[in-house]
Design a protein around this ligand. Structure first.
Ligand SMILES: Nc1ncnc2c1ncn2[C@@H]1O[C@H](COP(=O)(O)OP(=O)(O)O)[C@@H](O)[C@H]1O
Ligand SMILES: [Mg+2]
Length: 246
């Protein structure tokens, strides 16, 4: 069963036996357009696609370019596209307010707009007793902070990553043992001695993006929708063409 709620017992039973793959599994930006009815800016769509594809993505950008917005939509997409119980999202930021007032408020907005299921609290999202996403600030840190997270699909978001202490980076990294684990570190690397700044070294192993080096900052909303739809339909056209030939 996906995060969207249904009360039909037959649908719930059928989904439990053979979950239908989400049509948005390969396209987080399209998920935002169609499910949340919002329009990611070009840099946001680019970062979403990078996170979908790569395990380690670091994004350098200044304030107000929509980092927390995009991180929150990624969390909602991640939980929505996977069957409940198979996916988990961990988010952190340097202070409690950045976690609660910024990131999780944005998660709340997207959760409500998309009509996602479960119950969202200030810093966690639950389906019944099962937690699917958490927000933690550095003061919450303990060696066991992330114990018990064994879901198959894992997304880790480090917002304002430059201010996140080393202990939390290490704890987050220790979760990355799953094959389907993705980590996004996003912020302004203004402290050259920080772990975040180290992500931008050529040999870091991270995919490195910067809002300064990407294309135009914003698509017009219709352009995102149209280009995404074209991509989706041309994929479909190619596969039906291949099916005809074989
Ligand atoms: N694609 C978008 N569509 C509409 N509003 C957006 C979008 N991206 C960001 N915003 C809004 O812009 C403001 C700044 O975004 P935010 O994610 O907080 O920036 P940052 O984290 O980079 O400082 C917020 O009010 C946010 O809701
Ligand atoms: Mg922010």
């Amino acid at each position: 069963m996906f995060a969207t709620s249904t009360t039909d017992p037959w649908l719930i039973a059928a989904e439990a036996l053979a979950p239908t793959p989400s049509p948005y599994i390969d396209d987080p930006a399209l998920w935002v357009v169609e499910r949340v009815r919002e329009h990611p800016w070009s840099i946001q769509a680019e970062v979403m696609e990078a996170v979908r594809r790569e395990r380690y993505v670091a994004v350098k950008s200044c304030h107000g370019v929509g980092k927390s917005w995009l991180a929150s939509r990624l969390v909602c997409w991640w939980i929505d596209i996977h069957p409940v119980g198979s996916a988990f999202a961990v988010t952190t930021a340097p202070s409690g307010d950045q976690v609660k007032v910024i990131l999780w408020r944005e998660i709340g907005v997207a959760h409500e707009r998309a009509g996602l299921g479960g119950k969202l609290n200030e810093r966690d999202w639950k389906f019944g007793r099962r937690t699917v996403a958490i927000g933690r600030k550095p003061n919450d840190y303990s060696p066991t902070i992330f114990q018990g997270i064994h879901e198959q699909h894992l997304l880790i978001i480090l917002d304002e990553a430059c201010g996140i202490p080393q202990s939390l980076w290490d704890a987050a990294r220790s979760l990355m043992t799953n094959a389907d684990a993705h980590m996004l570190a996003i912020g302004n690397p203004d402290d050259p001695g920080s772990e975040f700044a180290r992500c931008f070294r050529p040999d870091s192993g991270w995919l490195r993006l910067s809002s300064e080096t990407s294309g135009p900052l914003r698509y017009l909303p219709q352009e995102v929708t149209r280009s995404r739809r074209l991509r989706t339909s041309s994929r479909g056209a190619r596969s039906s063409e291949a099916a005809r030939r074989s």
